[in-house]
Design a protein around this ligand. Structure first.
Ligand SMILES: Nc1nc2c(c(=O)[nH]1)N[C@H]1C(S)=C(S)[C@@H](COP(=O)(O)OP(=O)(O)OC[C@H]3O[C@@H](n4cnc5c(=O)[nH]c(N)nc54)[C@H](O)[C@@H]3O)O[C@H]1N2
Ligand SMILES: Nc1nc2c(c(=O)[nH]1)N[C@H]1C(S)=C(S)[C@@H](COP(=O)(O)OP(=O)(O)OC[C@H]3O[C@@H](n4cnc5c(=O)[nH]c(N)nc54)[C@H](O)[C@@H]3O)O[C@H]1N2
Ligand code: SF4
Ligand SMILES: [Mo]
Length: 724
């Protein structure tokens, strides 16, 4: 008899509440829970494909070790941990702990115990070399608030706002950035019905742009210019919230001088946005103090992404787009301590220049973490401190890191390359050990990761929480570990104590987290670890467990407190590095690149998540490769047609693409999803129509990079397009 179980989806960070039908011990059907107060029954094709993902014929059911023959063979997980612990201990003895680096990718997020255990293990080993995908995603999201300072009252709520601006984000597809990520289509629909006015800046008439009051469709990579132009207009016209600005910010005069060159005419010439449209956008954005703005991966991967984020913060500050004393805190947290908010600024903090020094390009640790774009060089560069061991958790460097050929060299140069992955990903193919993990429906979890997405402006719009037990057993005969169990296993074997911190709210005003020493003799259960991670939570885990369908744990008393009377902190509008970058832009020539007349920009497909999902037949029915979407006029001008194979070349490398017309794209732009293709071998390059190609290959990490986070140009890349 089939049974139906409550759970939540973990194919992406949105955590949709689902009902899972289980038959003969296997998940056979997933639907959304229509009675859920936050998701209202929403699921996407990926969530509904969880049964296929779990039962995938190529899913790894045993860990793999690469043999002397270069091929991978199954190995018992206990033996794999014995060998890996021994090898790491010997490498550390010879070369010190810095030779071991950890990279946590996208699919470490759905497993709340994974990252804390991995960090605790690395810390106990004494290595500072902790990297994440954040620095090749939107590092400016953490750098900009460090340089600008933050408003402790928090941002406005999209759900009740009058105006909102999106710069290169497409939340209904990506479930990210600006709109609560749970059923964002409904939030957007409701907001539009209510009369919200949207400004969207995107070279593509994206799904979001279609409902915008104003869509600016500029030349890619010119967002700093456009936003500086908008700021200049707003300040000149005396719009915005002048009282808020005067009381809470400093540096306004310096900023005003720095943006002087960004006249409407200059913006028009440089970004190809009509002056009249820029003025309309500026006036609309400043028309209400109940508004907000967010940037997505497009501009964050284009040159000077941190400046784009900084100018957005400046726009918010000039317009007073923040919560004030007495307003409600929409999400006072469930699994973290009760959130507090105060109607006052926090001073800026350093964005970089602290912590571990990277051995190339003068990079250091940053507010967004260590620069992942420099990790391949840390592996390749001989000398003291060279990285010789890499452990990737739910990430895929060979698909996702910029400069794919350099990444390939680095992967091959490692003494020990380990990845924790459900399949033989491109990275797994070059790994010495592939540790096979349990999949989402086989492990207990909590919605803490989704709750913690608030800094990315996509967290819960209300204090919602859900716990799920494991819904199914792993497939019979398999030998699988949870990610955290792997690090626990290494710690046991290497006798490294593990101290876990409770997951505390990011932000300026939090206390030191409660720490717990793990017992290395008596192994905890996943539930025990979740208990430790939620110590001090506003709602105890036991209480959340009593509501298996998920629940809003409301607290109407959570309101923004008034400012401390002696608060003298100020939001900084004139950070010297940011002002310097504005001057750099103004000093650049505006000349189209005759050799590379197109710009390649990033975008996401609805049914795959970065490199995940590409092996599930029903998710790639439409595209099993990443098309090169182009404007039909450009296609015919080049004498091309739909389906033609083209060479797309940057000044660094060349990839192949399959032409796909899309009228929504600005002329002169190629829009192409990332994380496709496979290892950079000549054989794989012949399979573009089956597996697509890797856009990361077009980026060089050594040129055109952001000097503090090291992120290179990954969108708005100048390219040439010609028939292959
Ligand atoms: N279905 C699905 N969802 C995903 C993912 C996925 O692969 N698939 N990936 C997840 C991840 S890891 C992340 S970080 C988020 C990202 O979430 P988003 O940032 O919302 O990602 P995209 O949908 O790619 O939207 C980026 C937009 O930027 C535009 N753009 C590109 N270059 C520029 C530029 O220079 N300037 C401007 N103004 N716009 C530009 C593109 O046209 C595109 O519409 O999505 C997450 N969600
Ligand atoms: N050119 C270009 N490059 C980009 C981007 C871009 O837009 N353009 N986007 C960037 C962004 S925003 C990001 S976040 C990074 C993503 O960088 P990564 O996180 O490194 O890459 P993913 O493809 O998300 O890696 C996911 C891996 O996790 C595995 N996986 C899936 N489910 C599970 C699971 O349950 N457990 C475990 N252990 N593994 C699992 C998948 O098989 C896959 O190999 O890429 C970045 N790179
Ligand atoms: S949006 Fe994300 S969490 Fe929701 S069903 Fe799709 S993949 Fe799963
Ligand atoms: Mo990302």
């Amino acid at each position: 008899m089939p049974t139906v179980h409550d759970s939540f989806c973990r194919f992406c960070h949105a955590g949709c509440a689902i009902k899972v039908t289980v038959e003969n011990g296997r998940a056979v059907k997933v639907i959304g829970n229509k009675d859920n107060p936050i998701y209202h029954g929403y699921t996407c094709a990926k969530g509904r494909a969880l049964p296929e993902q779990h039962a995938h014929p190529e899913r790894l059911l045993h860990s793999q070790k690469r043999g002397a023959d270069g091929r991978h063979h199954p190995i018992a997980s206990g033996l794999a941990m014995d060998e890996i612990a021994d090898k790491i201990a010997r490498i550390v003895e010879r070369h010190g702990p810095r030779s071991v680096a950890l990279y946590t990718g996208t699919f470490s997020l759905p497993y709340p115990a994974a990252t804390p255990l991995a960090h605790a293990w690395l810390g106990s080993l004494g290595s500072p070399m902790l990297f994440t995908s954040a620095t090749i995603d939107q590092p400016g999201k953490m750098i900009a608030p460090a340089l600008h300072g933050t408003w402790q009252g928090g941002a406005r709520d999209f759900d009740s706002a009058d105006v909102w601006m999106f710069v290169g984000a497409n939340p209904t597809i990506s479930k990210s950035i600006g709109i609560p990520c749970m059923n964002p289509g409904k939030h957007l629909h409701d907001a539009v019905q209510r009369g919200i006015q949207l400004v969207v800046i995107d070279p593509r008439r994206s799904e979001l742009a279609r409902v915008a009051a104003i869509h600016l469709q500029p030349r890619p990579g010119e967002d700093p210019t456009i936003l500086a132009g908008m700021l200049r207009l707003i300040l000149d016209e005396g719009l915005g919230d002048r009282e808020f600005l005067a009381r809470n910010a400093r540096g306004h005069e310096t900023l005003r001088r720095a943006i002087e060159p960004f006249t409407p005419d200059y913006v028009e010439r440089r970004a190809d946005v009509r002056a009249a449209d820029l003025l309309r956008a500026a006036r609309l954005y400043a028309s209400s103090t109940n508004g907000g703005a967010n940037a997505g991966t497009g501009p964050n991967m284009a040159p000077r992404g941190a400046l784009t984020e900084y100018l957005l913060l400046a726009l918010k500050t000039v317009c007073g787009h923040y919560k004030r004393a007495g307003e409600r805190i929409s999400n006072p947290n469930v699994f973290q301590p009760r959130a507090r908010a105060k109607a006052q600024p926090s001073n800026p903090t350093p964005g970089w220049g602290f912590g571990e020094q990277i051995r190339v390009r003068n990079l250091t640790n940053t507010a967004s973490g260590l620069p992942t774009a420099a990790l391949a060089d840390e592996i390749l560069l001989p000398g003291e401190g060279q990285v010789r061991v890499l452990i990737s958790v739910g990430g895929n460097p060979m698909a996702a890191w910029p400069d794919q050929r350099k990444t390939y060299e680095a992967m091959k140069a490692l003494e020990l390359n380990i990845t924790l992955d459900i399949k033989m990903s491109a990275t797994a193919k070059v790994a010495d050990y592939v540790i096979a993990p349990k999949l989402s429906l086989e492990v207990p979890s909590i919605t803490l990761p989704t709750e913690s997405l608030t800094p990315y402006a996509m967290g819960y719009p209300a204090p919602y929480g859900q716990y799920t037990p494991a819904i199914v057993e792993p497939p019979p005969g398999s030998d699988l570990l949870e990610e955290w169990e792997f690090f626990y296993g290494l710690a046991q074997r290497m006798k490294l104590p593990l101290s876990l911190a409770a997951a505390y709210e990011w932000g300026p005003d939090h206390a030191d987290p409660v720490r717990t020493e793990l017992d290395l003799e008596k192994k905890p259960t996943t539930d025990d670890v979740l208990e430790i991670l939620t110590k001090g939570a506003r709602v105890p885990l036991a209480e959340v467990k009593r509501h298996p369908e998920g629940k809003i744990f409301d607290d109407p008393t959570a309101i923004v407190e008034p400012a401390d009377p002696d608060c003298d902190a100020r939001l900084e509008l004139a950070d010297p590095t940011m002002i310097g970058e504005l001057a750099e832009i103004a000093g650049e020539p505006i000349a189209p690149d005759a050799k590379y007349p197109f710009h390649l920009i990033s975008r996401r497909l609805p049914d795959v998540h970065n490199s995940a999902g590409r092996d599930i037949a029903k998710l790639v029915r439409k595209y099993n490769y990443n098309p090169a979407f182009m404007n039909p006029f450009d296609i015919s001008k080049l004498g091309l047609a739909k389906g033609d194979l083209v060479e797309i070349s940057s000044d660094h490398d060349t990839i192949l693409g399959v032409v796909e017309p899309e009228a929504e794209i600005r002329r002169g732009v190629v829009s192409m999803p990332h994380c496709f293709g496979d290892l950079p071998t000549p054989e794989n390059d012949l399979k573009t129509r089956e597996i697509g190609s890797n856009t990361g290959r077009l980026s060089s990490v050594e040129r055109d990079y952001d000097p503090y986070t090291g992120i290179p140009r990954m969108s708005a890349i100048p390219v040439a397009v010609s028939r292959a």
